[in-house]
Design a binder for this molecule. Sequence first.
Ligand code: DQA
Length: 149
Amino acid sequence: MSRLVYVLNGPNLNLLGKRQPHIYGHETLADVERDCRALANELGLEIRFHQSNREYELIDWIHEARDAAAGIVMNPAAFTHTSVAILDALNTFEGPVIEVHISNVHKREAFRHHSFVSQRADGVIAGLGTQGYLLGLRRLARLLDEKKG
Ligand code: DQA
């Protein structure tokens, strides 16, 4: 069975480390990718790590994951709060989906409290910094192991 996981990142996350570091920290997205790859290696997962500022590109990767991947870890960033299209795309994917937010969105502005993606996600991680990605990968590995029986 496939152990391929897509790690998808939405808009402005290319500026991680430079962007509002008091909220999102000093680590860059390249640091996150490096740590995800190291952990994936440990967990026996293969990963495809992507970031885009364009909604359609994220949707295209979700479509690609339908045939290729066993699970998705996604930080949809601002599209979390706006995108029915990303929710619809995730609803076409059959494997487990973990939604990750670096910041605790519930402690922030009211418009960040609602997530379209949470209607589909099997788990949601918020406020644990970039460690959330690693915990998301651990959870997916566990779910895939359980499925294997
Ligand atoms: C975010 C939270 C979102 O509200 C915000 O738009 C982001 C990043 C997070 O990782 O904390 O861009 O998803």
